[in-house]
Design a protein. Sequence first.
Length: 765
Amino acid sequence: MLWKKMLRDIRSNLAQFFSIFLLSMVAMWCYTGFQSNVIGGNKARAKFNDEVDFCDGWIFGSDFSTEQAQKVRDIDGINEVQLRTQVLGKADEKYHTAEIYCYFEDENVLTRPYVMEGSEYDPDDTEGVWLFYRFADSWGLKVGDKFTVHVLGQDIEKEIKGLVITPEYEYCVASSDTDADYHNIGFVYLSREVLPQELRVFTQIIFTCDGDPLKLEDKIDKALEGNYSFLADRKSIDGYNRLTDELAQHDSFSFIFSAVFVAIALLVITTTMKRMVSQQRTQIGTLNALGMKNRKIMAHYLSFSMVLSTLGGLAGIALGILTLGRIMVKMFAGEFYSVPGWEAGFDYKSFVLLAAIVLICTLAAYLSCRQILKIHPSEALRPATAASAKPCIFEKLPFWDKLSFNTRYDLRDIARSKLRAVMGIFGTCMGMMIMTLGLGAYDTVDYVKDWYFKDIQNYDCQVLFSDSCSLEDAELMAQEKDGELVSMSLISIAGKDHPTSDDIISCKLTVTEGKGLFRLSDVDLDIMPIEEGTVALTMKQANRLGLEKGDTVYWKTADGTEWNQSKIGLISRHPSITGITILREDYEKAGFEFRPEMMVSKNDCSSLKTSGSVAAVHNMKDLMAAFDKSMEVMDLLVYFMIFFSALLIIIVLYNSGNLSFNEREKEFATLKVLGFGSGRIRKLISTQNLWLSVIGVICGIPLGRAPLQAMMDSNGDSIDWPCYIKPSTYLLSGCFVMLVAILVGFMFSKRIKRIDMVEVLKGME
């Protein structure tokens, strides 16, 4: 009997109950969609790491011996150890002289290259090269083709024996790019035997261990007698840690968006159930009088929220995996990251969250119903005593009498139905926040693009030098094209002398000539020069090390053993290059040899393409096109935000208007009897929705910036994107919210016209 009653009640209040179903569905849709990407990514990574025996620690140095490797192997807690050589090389000019990281090994024990196509890597094979499959796909290279890499002054041409990937390059970006473009970066594995004897030096000791490798710092330092540059763990490997940050960001998004929709669902449940129970007061009294216990009646009313939120949640789980989850996996695994077997995943946590949502929704229904069920059956059989009319708080306004009838009518209604008003304001506020967040992502991309390509990069052409290019040749080209020479290399930085690994950050050292072509911006994004005798340190790294302008930063090159110290003259910001920038003059005074990697110029440098010292020439148009290509992911984000923002606002405002209509149907019938037309009555509902929307929009304006900046910061310390939202974006978002509010008002046109004045007024007798 109660089951049939529940179905009839749902049909009678279909809009409100469908909203509960829809909100529960969207909450689980968001959660499962983001989580399926996270779960699938983490499962694929764990399997990937196990299959290749991914190392836990990296010891960097300039010339390690097998005896040193054995000493590391003998340390308690360290398991497997392997020596290898890593050197940055370049591809042929026909491949835009892409950056190619070369690994020379004489054994294949740890971090083995994972073969996507071709044969397994053989460190004894001196005729083959194993190439990054993303780079190969970008250039149409296949197994069996010849590939040449220029490294250590050698031109090494070998047959491609396999296309591979490795966890160290799950994400990779060239020094000239702001995001992944696999035309410009790759890596190869080669036998150590292909190098001349004098170049066969090991630059890394990699190892696996039990627990945190950084906690073994003291033992490693003692075993190697301090003859190494620095120790790193997986968090220090940007190619691996970038995906870790990305998945952590998606994990946060899954809870944030779900929480917003669950909060709205609670408001809808509370207002809907409170109204329905009040309307069915006499029915509840009758059921009590017939001997039905309160707990059974309570279970009946709780079943509305329980059934609808459960069904909605199950639908959301299915949609999350089949739609959003698959789309995100296809985009991130297909475009930006390289992890084999990455598919949309699922685990029990979705059902745990679903159970929590159902429990919360049911609890909200219980709190709405319990008061009416405490009434004695004899009292419940009588209609509820009409609430005594009291002046609302708005009537104390000095200009109350000057307000229009519609305004006073709506203000009184808001004062009587505070929870419904809160629901309308909160919903539109969250909708405004999400809309601003989505459109603000577009503004941020354009803002960073202008900052990067117009402010920092004060040049029109970028020339990359080949390994054979001498300093004299580079200086002649710079003189000819009025250019500025720039060098970039990997370094470690710290905030104190003799640091431990926990206090060391791996980043880049940029050496410029200070001619104003390759420029720096301060924390306010204003262009600032570097003072002679000082260095510029990027903001995120300064914050992490607790350093400020005027402090001393310690740094060490990848192949050096001594720590250098420099005074910080500028805290700078850059969207993708993190670390220290120093003037060439100061760099050479410190005893280092300046080896420029590129030249930047405002003049046309296309004539240099034929020079044997030049690897590639990029103009600004090419660089900006690559940036635009990498930002296509933002389209999905914006579409996602706009869709859910519109859905949220429609659900909230329609429910608010629907509840208002149902509660005031008798009043509307009375107004019709008094001569009010359907259009004027609809205006009462629309005006109230507009007021609530305006308040929600105003409250939501400051809320979009913080989550947008948090979203940008969640990409890790290697990315520094200041968020920016145009005033026009706030205006556009507000207009969108108001437009939805107006359209929702028209949804009640037919219902107002169909009000049966006779039937409604009979019910008032």
